[in-house]
Every structure is written in structure tokens, then in C-alpha cells.
Design a binder for this molecule. Sequence first.
Ligand code: ADP
Ligand code: MG
Length: 705
Amino acid sequence: MSLTLTTPLRDVAAIGTGRADALATLGLTNVGRLIAHVPTRHERHEAETHIADIQPGRIVSARGEITATRVAGVRGYATGRKGRFEAVLIDHTGRLDLVWFNQTYLRDTIMPGHRLRVQGLAKSRGPGLQIANPRFEILDQRDEPPQGDERYRPVYPAGERVSSHEIESAVAAVLEDALPLIDDHLPAPYLDERALPDLREAYRMMHAPRDEDAFAQARRRLAYDELLLLQLGLQMKRRHLRHALRAPPLRFSGAIDRHIRERFPFTLTPEQDKVVAEIARDLSASVPTNRLVQGDVGSGKTVVAVYAMLMAVASEHQGALMAPTELLAEQHFASISDMLQGSRVRIELLTGATPAAQRESILARTASGDLDILIGTHALITGSVRFASLAVAIIDEQHRFGVGQRATFRVQAGEDHSTDQRPMTPHVLVMTATPIPRTIAISLLGDLDVSTINGLPPGRKPITTRLVSPGQRDEVYAWLAQRVAAGEQAYVVVPAIDTGAASNLRDLREVVARLEQRELAGRHVASMHGRLKPASRERIMARFRDGRIDVLVATTVIEVGVDVPNASVMIIEHAERFGLAQLHQLRGRVGRGDRPSVCVLIAEPATPESARRLDAIVATTDGFKLAEKDLEIRGPGEVFGTRQSGAAPFKIADLGRDIDLLRLAYRDAKAWIEASPTLARPAEATLRRRLLKTHGRHLGLGDVG
Ligand code: ADP
Ligand code: MG
């Protein structure tokens, strides 16, 4: 039987059904998938030496048989000593002692009689030789004979039932036969121009590199492919949006502008005016808007969003605003409803918590056009929401949603009766308080336009941030009591803990109980968390806003969007557990009124990283500077939530180190799509197929030409 890329691994004799079943647990079911499962790195393996030839002070590799093992130095939990595992390895020339600290569980893995290959730094110990914490590999009969030369061995993402080593030998069994079967989706001259290896060569060098440089070249090609495919997808989508779709051009006049502004309880700042002008210009055209509005926490993005939605309403269309949390959606609904009081604008709130009957009526009115503005959460982009004529869709706090989420929003446009045959789509505005470096914005969100609100509205007093240790907690709460006595309101934030909401709520209850019994006896303390019913949440927020609650003890549900100007004190418990962006967002809940605000971080930094985060947050309140710091500390993949988005676009490319490659892929994709908008040329068939397979679904490319 001749091998193809779709040959099941079970049918490959050299792999065997047992190993094939184990590989299947990682989704490696056929030859193609196995080849595409690339190592994350390589380990240099020294040439093996006989034990007698080992020189102390060198990294060495040796193989032999285990003759004895023991566990030593276990002192029990109280002292925190986890003990060590020792083993003796012999070959026909001598004896080597091995020791692994804090890994006594190895007693179940390494046993007398096992044959092992080990590598590590050899040291002399007394008369003998020892390697501490060696890398090891248990050998079996099938293993290849000792290696006379140093070489690079791949380290694969492995699983419980299958080790990197087993993946390596399975790959070795098929690699040479499989490589000729791989089609390159990029033409040879194109690759030559960019000094990229062809795909067969890239996979060969990935799985079996001659040296580190070969691995780097292979990685560069595969990373480029990932970046190029996403960029092609985004460019294709953008072109489609601009040429094959249209959005309702909205009317704009001095009268409309005046009308809208009359609704706002304040005058827009020059920065807000600038952004409003950019948006109004976009919305007046029939090319669908795709604009990112960035501005620091508290810079006043909401009112800009409301402006855009009211432009839609002024032209008898609809506006929608999607927020990442129910609490924020409720806040927006409350504050925007306030602004619209006494107008004819019909506005509703739709979240996952909206009762069924009400939901039915809202859906019906949205679909018939009896509703002008719909505020909500993800619930807005579920299939059942149909807008009669959605002209402006706003996604607030975009960084909280993931990369793929926007695509689904667009398709919600309703019926259209004009003679233009192109389907309607709304103008889309994306709001974010996490300033995104342009290259990265492009790479993850596509080629969008960017507006920036610089600075904050006038009259803000600075926020002082203090970092204290848990030992000072009593002092902090005593001081809180004084501030409350002086008429100020405060938030106390407790962390959400991953291991379940229950322990988290107990934390919250503990703090509430303590404050009620001690420092804040006789004051109004309330709690806020995600498990409360929406009605209770609304009631509590209203009472907090009216000043009837003094201190709100909350989980991170208050992280985004909550806006109570009189609150001027924030205490964050276990601040070391929060990310930098999160701390900045949380702190942004204070400093919104005319009183100077204080934010106290109670923290015990557990890692150097958490110490750096806390230093950064104390040093500045400037969100743009903090975003840069955050990038520095964590790297862009983490910062922009590509991990949790589900559409995690890259397995190999790394936005931290591949920025140049990203620029190249961006330029290449742009030129490519200009020349061939739908990749319909016969020579592009493989590329197109791979593109749709990788990104078709989450970018919604199914309908693209
Ligand atoms: P964010 O950009 O974080 O979404 P918001 O839109 O919630 O900020 O605005 C923060 C606060 O600033 C709100 O209380 C809002 O009413 C107030 N605000 C916004 N614009 C102005 C302005 N031009 N003048 C005075 N206050 C403003
Ligand atoms: Mg906001």
C-alpha cells in the first residue's frame, strides 16, 4: 500500500496500532496530521560517551542500566522539604550517580533494570561522578543504537499517553515517504525572493534539523505561513466588506449635530469632538466603517458611542451597543436611558439574563424596527437577533471579546429595499481602553482605522496609588473608616479565584462581615458579584450611585465600565493576583469626580513578574504607558487575549519576536489581494483551500466570492 497524507496511522506498519491509538489521543490520526505536529523546540544532544570517559565540568550524555534507586531527604510537609530521588547508572566501563531534587515521584518511573539515556552537567563527588537533575529517557528494544555524534532532537507537544520521544519515532517512520506528498501553496520564485524554504524542506528541517539554524529557517517559513494566511483572510474580508457590501449612509447636518449634543449632560472635549468628526464622516458614506476608538479608562468613549448611535436613529436606522459583561451593559443602558429621557428614542436592554417573555418582545421589536437602540451583551450576536435596519454597531471594551467575535456581528443586518444589490451591513465601531500598537491591531483585527481620545475630560483630580503589605490591612481599613466618615464612597475589590466561585464568594463575605462588625459598624456596606440577579445588581448600583451605600465590596465584575463619580477610594485585596490591564481598569473606577482619589493595593508579590506589575501601576496612571509596560512584561499574545479567544490564530508565530515577519506578511497579503481579490486563479487553489480551512469559519469568509 502506498502512503498518502490521509493514510491512517493505524495502517502504517512501522507505527503499529498501539502507538497509533496513543497518538490519536493528541488528534494525530493520519500521516498529514502527524507531519503538521511540529516540535516547539529542539534539544541539543551531546555525543554519548562511556561513563569511564566522562570528564567532570562538562555537559555529557551517557547510557546504561539502572542498578539501584532510593528516595532520601523527605522531611514532611511542615519543613517544605520534598526530598530527592537517587539512582545508580552503570555501563560496562563504570558507574554514574544520578540525583533529582524535589522529584521523589520518579520512583514510579525509573526502576532498577531500566535502560536509560541521560544528559546533564557531570560533577565529581568524592571519588565518583554525579549528574544532578539530568534529562533522561527510558530506552526500549526498539531504540536506535548509541549516537556517536551530537545532534538536535525535537521536543514535541506530548500527552499523557504519548511522549515526545514516541512522537519522534513515529514521525521518523513516515517522514521521508510523506515529504514528497506535500504540496506547497506558495510558488518557488515567491519563496526565493523572501529567502524562505519550500514546505517540504521546512518540514524536514523542523522534524530533523541539522543544526539550530536549520530549525530557525523552518520555523520562519511556518510562522510566515500562519501570518500570511491570517493576513490574507483579513484582507480578503476587508475587501469584501468595502466592495461587495454596503452600509447605510447616514444623514449629517448642523441641526442633527445640535440635536444630538443637547442630549449630553456636558460639553464634549476637543478630543471627543475630533473623534466624533472622524466617525461622522465615516458614517455618512456607504462604505462600511470599521474603526477602532481607543482612549484611556475614563476618557469618555461612551458618549462618542452614543453620538454614533443617535446618528443612526436620526436617519431612521438602528444602533446597537455590545458590552462584555451584563453589569456593564446594565450600566450603559441606565446612563444612556437617562440621556434620552423625554426623547422619542426607543431603547432596550438584552442580555442572557433577560426573561424569556421580555426577550421575545424585544426580538420582535428589533426585527420590526419598533426599537431604535439595543444595548446588550453577547446575546446581541446570537442567531435569533435580527435587526430591521442596523446601521451602527458598537463593540465596547473590545479587548475583552476575542478576535473572531466581530465577524458574527456584521451579518445581523436586516432587510433592504433599495435598488443596490449589494447586501447591507452595519458600520462598526470598536471601543477599547487597551491601546493597541498599530502593527498588532492590524495583525489581529484587520486593517481598521483608528481614532484616539487623548487625555481625560476636564476637572479630574489625580489618583494616588499606594502599595501596602497584608500586615498593614488593619491600618488600611481604619483609614477607610475615616474617609467614609468624611462622606466619601469606596470600593473594596477581592479577586476572583479560578478554583470556583464558591471560595471567591466566601472571601467576599469575609471582608463584608469584617467591615460590618469592625471598622464600618453602622455604615452601609453592600456586595456585588456576578452571581447576583440582574435586578439586585441594578438596585445595588442605583443605591451606590445615590450615596445610600458607603462601601461596595465587589469581585472584578466592576472592572469595566462602572461609573460612580462620588466614589473616591478603592482598596484592592490580593492585588498581586491581578493583571496590569485589570488593575488599571479597576483603578479607573475612582478618580471620576472632583475629589482627589486614592487607590490602595494590598499585595504580597509572589513572582518577579507580579512585583513588576505592581511597581508599574504605582508609578503611573497613564494607560498608554501601562500598556507598553504590559507588553514588555507579558508579550503581545497574552496581552491581546489571543489565547482565550478560541480563534487563537498562531501556533508557531510569536508576535513578540516575529514583528518583522508580520510586517512582511501584511504587505504581501495586501499586494496579493489587490492583484487577486478572491484567490480564484488556478495556481492559487491550494492556498485558497488552506486559507478557508484555517480561517474560513471564524472570519466568516464563507460568503467571500
Ligand atoms: P470610558 O472611556 O472609560 O468609557 P466613560 O465614557 O465611562 O469613559 O466616561 C467617564 C466619565 O467621564 C463619565 O462619568 C462621563 O459622564 C464623564 N465624561 C465623559 N465626557 C465628558 C466631558 N466631555 N465632560 C465631562 N465629563 C465627561
Ligand atoms: Mg467605557
